[in-house]
Design a protein around this ligand. Structure first.
Ligand code: NAI
Length: 384
């Protein structure tokens, strides 16, 4: 797959970023969108990005020109006929993805790999419309694609093994860190990270602490780069809520992933976060900045409750063979920039202590969401 031609469908946030990554890695790229305005916007944005890189002397003007020349912006799918791989990054709707995949197969060659950048849909289902479904898989980039190192590579049950190997090699050649993930809801990152938001919202809803105090606990005591409410305001409450709801329904309403009314109301009110000027915080008026309650004992309780839920989720992903331990560590450090891998971190804090926090929560609330994972329990028992 060395210098195959790369097709990218959808020139929005993700597609434009993926096209940039492939072009910077030396591939000819066909960037397709039905909307010509989106294509123009993607082209202008690429030109600006490379101009900035030239100004910062990261690349020469000649290199910038060469990369830009590699990208063909088009609304005509037929130019994909000699592509070696096509990565689809269009709207997150199964019916639309099915149509695109079925029509793609009538255009591309027999050995062209067909990938989806979906965050939440089943790879097996997306590939099912193909005559040769063994060539389909998920290649899940993170936003912004040019900056985020992690890529989740997700074979469907139909995917041929050598396609997976080829894609892993290709993604490495793009200076990215690929991890191999089972085709399960949320893959690694969007599954394991759920308690970072969900448990923070729950702590707020119980009246234990306000947004600023929970954020303070997670950054000051936990060492996370951003607190959950600041991060949700960055991601957008509409987007973050939708991911939670999809993971919740895809897991057959497992209470561990139950969405929060607080977040739903924020999304419904248009308090989407930074992009709407107001989310959990008000970005229009700095005099309204919320001040945390600096109480280290409370902060430790908040941090431990969220952290233990994250560790429990990481153990569940490992227990259910969603990915290897090392890939789960990579996913959480490279995909959401956690300061440490959750397994390494849990050893430092002490697995026994983590289990006892979870058991106390489970005893007190009697809710399934706090049930300690069997593998975590086994690991504690084995150390007795
Ligand atoms: P977007 O809305 O920014 O871009 C989608 C683009 O696809 C639009 O420009 C639209 O005109 C185009 N499009 C729609 N139907 C098309 C078709 N049949 N043929 C060609 N172009 C078509 O969406 P975004 O955010 O880039 O997401 C794309 C995919 O990537 C989704 O599956 C999403 O779940 C996934 N994803 C999104 C992330 C994010 O943070 N935005 C992160 C990782 C994955």
């Amino acid at each position: 797959m060395d210098k195959i031609k790369v097709g990218v469908i959808g020139a929005g946030t993700m597609g434009a970023g993926i096209a940039q990554v492939a072009a910077q890695s030396g591939h000819e790229v066909y960037l397709i969108d039905l909307n010509n305005e989106v294509l123009d916007k993607a082209k202008i944005s690429h030109e600006k990005i490379f101009l900035r890189l030239v100004e910062k002397q990261k690349i020469t003007l000649q290199e910038s020109d060469n990369i830009l020349k590699k990208i063909t912006y088009s609304s005509d799918y037929s130019i994909l006929k000699d592509a070696g791989i096509v990565i689809e990054a269009i709207v997150e709707r199964l019916d639309v993805k099915h149509k695109v995949f079925a029509s793609l197969e009538t255009i591309v060659s027999d050995d062209c790999v067909l990938a989806s950048n979906t965050s939440s849909l089943s790879i097996a289902s997306i590939g099912s419309v193909l005559k040769k479904s063994s060539r389909s898989l998920g290649i899940h980039f993170f936003n912004p694609a040019p900056l985020m190192a992690l890529v989740e590579v997700v074979p469907g049950i139909q995917t041929e093994e050598n396609i997976v190997d080829q894609v892993m090699t290709l993604i490495k050649s793009w200076s990215k860190v690929p991890v191999l993930v089972k085709d399960t809801p949320g893959f690694i990152v969007n599954r394991v990270a759920r308690p970072f938001y969900g448990e923070a919202l729950r702590i707020y809803e119980e009246g234990i602490a306000d947004f600023a105090t929970i954020d303070w606990a997670m950054t000051e005591i936990g060492g996370f780069k951003m607190g959950p409410f600041t991060l949700m305001d960055y991601i957008g409450n509409d987007v973050n809520y939708a991911v939670t709801e999809t993971v919740f329904t895809s897991f057959y309403y497992d209470p561990r992933f139950k969405p929060s009314f607080t977040q739903k109301r924020h999304a419904e009110a248009g308090f989407l976060g930074r992009k709407s000027g107001r989310g959990y915080y008000d970005y229009s008026d700095s005099s309204k900045d919320l001040k945390p309650l600096v109480d280290y004992q409370l902060g430790e309780t908040i941090f431990m409750r969220i952290f233990c839920m994250l560790v429990n989720e990481a153990y569940d992903a490992l227990f259910m063979n969603v990915a290897s331990l090392s890939d789960i560590e990579l996913a959480m450090t490279k995909g959401v920039n956690y300061p440490k891998g959750l397994f390494e971190w849990s050893k430092e804090i002490g697995l026994r202590r983590i289990l006892s926090v979870l058991e106390d929560l489970f005893d007190e609330y009697g809710e399934d969401r706090y049930r300690p994972n069997p593998l975590l329990k086994r690991n504690v028992l084995n150390k007795l």
